[in-house]
Design a binder for this molecule. Structure first.
Ligand SMILES: [Zn+2]
Length: 115
């Protein structure tokens, strides 16, 4: 269950921010997660709930923005979004010389604080 490991790292990051900025209570945590990470939001939320007990994050809402997979073609420069699991070819020119430019994100986007 890799969501637990992801939740752990998010809790640590947010705790660090809360400590350094003196935030007493976090109400919302916004994350950007790439589609390639294949994160199950419910599993992530569950892991978070367990791990955030007795921290300033306890009870915070998790908002996940899923970032689609995007590939950029090296031949013609076209940017496209392939379906996960399919061969990655440029839909404009058919080239297989493509580079993934998004889809692996795992970022803390922003925090909202309770007054
Ligand atoms: Zn192309």
């Amino acid at each position: 269950m890799h969501e637990l490991a992801i939740a752990q790292s998010i809790v640590e990051q947010v705790e660090e921010v809360a400590r350094s900025q003196g935030l007493a209570k976090i109400s919302t945590i916004r994350l950007r997660i790439g589609a390639l990470r294949a994160v199950v939001p419910e599993a992530l939320e569950f892991g978070f709930e367990v791990l955030s007990q007795d921290t300033p994050l306890a009870g915070a809402r998790i908002v996940i923005e899923e970032i689609p997979i995007r590939i950029t073609c090296h031949e013609c420069g076209a940017i496209s979004s392939p379906e996960p699991g399919l061969a990655w070819l440029c839909p404009a020119c058919g080239s297989a010389v493509v580079e993934m430019t998004s889809g692996k994100e795992l970022q803390l986007d922003s925090l909202e604080v309770e007054d």
